[in-house]
Design a protein around this ligand. Structure first.
Ligand code: HEM
Length: 198
């Protein structure tokens, strides 16, 4: 299967539209008071899951390129990754602002005390570093170190999926599905994990 540069352009437009539609949908739910009894929690959940969806899609790009021989598809990977980071920053912002009312000491206390939050925070730090270093100039300056750093995305997705699984008190089916998708995407990178063991 082949994809042209024009196809990539339309795919990027589609990704932007999906992100915009998701944002408008969340704004609609907030405006119409449709987020249930605990709207702040619901917003945190919505934003966390949206970010994870974008992150999993980011990791899906390379296997699809290999399987369907579509090298140009690499051009949408950074966009998906940056959207994942943008959503997760909103997830964090809503937690610190609306749940903790900017009590930063309480925030750090929670992150240290609750292991599921520690994992989420670690995943966020990795995504932050990957987003900063996704700028072309920094990528060129880092040379081979860039690839080494960007492979940490595998750890970020694993930590984020465990963070999700751990945060859920009931209804484990959905987080289990996310965990399985994550493991499938990581098995695709088994060569990397084997190289770590050596
Ligand atoms: C400092 C970083 C983070 C903090 C403080 C944080 C905080 C939280 C909190 C408070 C919850 C709700 C738990 C509850 O229901 O009681 C949550 C759930 C969640 N978080 Fe995070 N998180 C962080 C990073 C991440 C990252 C990096 C991801 C994914 C890329 C993520 C994805 C999710 C998901 C998917 C859920 C569950 C949503 C659901 O239950 O439907 N979080 N997080």
């Amino acid at each position: 299967m082949k994809i042209s540069m024009r196809g990539i352009f339309y795919l990027k437009v589609f990704i932007h539209l999906c992100a915009l539609a998701t944002f408008v949908y969340l704004a609609y739910l907030i405006d119409q008071d449709l987020l249930g009894a605990d709207p702040v929690k619901e917003m945190i959940h919505f934003l966390g899951k949206t970010s994870l969806n974008f992150l999993l899609l980011t990791l899906l790009v390379t296997p699809v390129i290999k399987r369907f021989k579509m090298p140009l598809l690499i051009r949408v990977r950074r966009l998906l990754g940056l959207y994942s980071f943008a959503w997760i920053c909103l997830h964090l912002l809503v937690f610190i602002w609306l749940e903790l009312d900017w009590e930063l000491l309480l925030f750090f206390d929670e992150v240290i005390k609750r292991p599921y939050l520690s994992l989420g925070a670690l995943a966020w730090v990795i995504l932050l570093l990957l987003s900063i270093t996704s700028i072309n100039m920094i990528k060129r300056l880092m040379k081979r170190k860039w690839l080494t750093l960007h492979r940490f995305v595998y750890w970020a997705v694993l930590l984020a999926t465990i963070h999700y699984y751990w945060s859920v008190k009931s209804g484990l089916i959905e987080p289990t599905i996310y965990l399985l998708i994550c493991l499938f995407l990581l098995i695709e990178r088994k060569a990397y994990f084997k190289s770590l063991l050596k």
